[in-house]
Design a protein around this ligand. Sequence first.
Ligand code: PEP
Ligand code: MG
Length: 314
Amino acid sequence: QESGRVVAFDGTGRTLDGHRVQLLANVASPDSVAAALEANAEGVGLFRTEFCFLDHEEAPDVEEQVAAYRRVFAAFPGQKVIIRTLDAGADKPLAFVTAEDEANPALGIRGYRTAWRSPKLLDSQLQAIAIAAAAEAADVGVMAPMIATVDESIEFASRCADHGLRTVGVMIETPAAAITALDILQVVDFASLGTNDLAQYTMAADRLAGELALLNDPWQPAVLRMIREACRAGVATGKPVGVCGEAAADPLLAAILVGLGVTSLSMSPRALGGVAELLRSVTVEQCRDAAATVVAASSATMARTTAAALLVRA
Ligand code: PEP
Ligand code: MG
């Protein structure tokens, strides 16, 4: 969105030739639902539940969780809402779960790994999600953050099944998950690429360190090739693979992601119009051709410039 121009989104994401790409909103807490509705999001691709409880000293009980989750589900009847289990730790510490004595928090007990220490907390969350989903008409999917192995994916899917949760996915935000995506997608229903962390872990560059921003860039060829790996797994298994990291909010990169095979893009609501507009101006074939070229680039700058040259009309 050049020069701060805000473009409206009409509520249906598609390319010039009609290839559908669901355009969804990232939601941080029930209070941020209004922005997603106002922007005509097709649903929620990432509900970051940890933001509901940032100020809590003690873990929320099931009842409090049900109330928070229902408010988000209620806003999207008949539409997709992907709720993520707590991604506590590293850049998002929660007082009631995060360990204080870690030397490398980003490589420590964060995301799904917190369930090793606090299995009851994950169970209470899955129970609350199941209750909230049963009470509302949204099409709810549950996903786990910071997955690194197939075993974790199997374990998560089985815990969700214990609570009657039927649409289960995982985030692909570690290189380990990207490389084994084909195996992971055998055991879950969908995956969502967290490109913020995928860039951080692929490039070994702290996402919070401004000085490392040049490395911490989803246009880096290494990151694009990780994404390609996960997308190939999605195409091969026929299971949805979305993107819910910041990369989805960059219109040009969104087109490349579509070319690589992603089926949905989830972003901050204000980015929806710009992404929708660029997608409407290109065919899926153009996206695929551009993606093949851009992924082979030798630098992030080359990747960006090449994408612009191939996809933006002069
Ligand atoms: C990501 O890592 O890209 C992501 C969407 O999750 P978060 O930014 O909440 O870690
Ligand atoms: Mg992440």
